[in-house]
Design a protein around this ligand. Structure first.
Ligand code: TRP
Length: 334
């Protein structure tokens, strides 16, 4: 890894299966970044404990995140792809940053308020300081670019605050991390039921997962919301029809899309045929990724090797930062 490149860091929570929205949103960004920057991509297993104290499924969830991201093109030889819990110094930095984080601002964090509303029985201190742990993840590599979605903006702003507070109180150790994405407006992948975008927590029938079997993919696509067709030539498309075209643009050939677009404008479109075509093109797109994921999941030796290699790279960077942190804080007594 070259020293001059900007440092990129991002974390992925090991909850749920990857879907098409994650693929075209986050992962494609990661894969592009791995050639241009020094990248640290982390499975946020410790963060998952703030909301999922039961760890029965943690191991298989961590393996799945690793397998899915690698199957989508993340290359463990190009980036440091590691588990949060394998970098122990993160917990140390988290402790120091906690002294620079104020209760009032933590309580105002939107994600915290959401989680309290969602699960009032388990409002633990780890949940409150979730953004502090995230700041530790980022700052421990002195990363400047953080590929994340809009929902993480507030956490990044808090990371910048902690970095600046540390630098002012002790010594200049941390650069400011900022959100980074290649495509300014992150691509929005519409859900199949015509409402909102694909998401893990919403209707599973409206979301295409990279783990879906061919028949499931066909079934979901054939259920996509349409209507009886346009009644007037060259009419504007309703949102849910626009959505079907948007999905087609992700996976189908340009001439195929053009044909259905012309059919639409001439009022000769048959949505059943269009969805059959889309289903087959989706299967062509998803099936090889799914097979790759399953291959990796069945290879624990490879997964162990990935995690060890990732941890070694991440620990090297973390140790170098922590030496500076302890010196800056005066935690060096001899
Ligand atoms: N909070 C992020 C999410 O919910 C996951 C995450 C943990 C993360 N640590 C990070 C993201 C560090 C970017 C950088 O998706």
């Amino acid at each position: 890894m070259s020293e001059k490149k900007q440092i990129v860091m991002s974390g992925i929570r090991p909850t749920g299966y990857l879907h098409l929205g994650n693929y075209f949103g986050a992962i494609r960004n990661y894969v592009k970044m791995q050639d241009d920057f020094t990248c640290y991509f982390m499975v946020a297993d410790l963060h998952s404990l703030t909301t999922h104290p039961d760890t029965k499924e943690l191991k298989s969830n961590v393996h799945r995140v690793l397998a899915e991201n690698i199957a989508c093109g993340l290359d463990p030889d190009k980036v440091a792809f590691y588990c949060q819990s394998h970098v122990h110094e993160t917990a140390e930095l988290y402790l120091y940053l906690n002294m620079l984080a104020y209760k009032g601002e933590l309580e105002k964090t939107a994600t915290f308020k959401d989680k309290v509303r969602f699960n009032p029985e388990n409002v633990n201190a780890g949940l409150l300081t979730y953004p502090v742990l995230q700041a530790a993840d980022i700052l421990i590599h002195r990363a400047t670019y953080v590929p994340v979605g809009k929902d993480q903006e507030q956490h990044l702003e808090m990371s910048r605050n902690y970095a600046n507070r540390f630098n002012h109180r002790y010594a200049e150790v941390f650069p400011e991390p900022h959100a980074f994405n290649y495509n300014q407006e992150l691509i929005r992948i519409p859900s199949l039921d015509g409402t909102g975008k694909m998401s893990k927590s919403e209707n599973h029938m409206a979301t295409l997962y990279l783990a879906d079997e061919d028949e499931q993919i066909r079934k979901k696509v054939m259920k996509a919301k349409t209507d009886s067709g346009p009644v007037e030539q060259n009419a504007p498309k309703p949102d849910y029809i626009e959505n079907v075209f948007s999905l087609m643009k992700l996976v189908s050939a340009p001439d195929v899309i053009l044909k259905f677009d012309e059919d639409y404008n001439k009022c000769t479109i048959r949505y059943g045929d269009m969805k059959k075509q889309l289903a087959e093109d989706m299967v062509q797109f998803i099936a090889p990724i799914r097979e790759k994921i399953n291959g990796i999941l069945h290879n624990p030796v490879y997964l162990k090797d990935v995690m060890e290699k990732g941890a070694a790279k991440a620990n090297e960077s973390a140790n170098a930062t922590m030496k500076e942190v302890r010196a800056a804080m005066g935690l060096n007594y001899y």
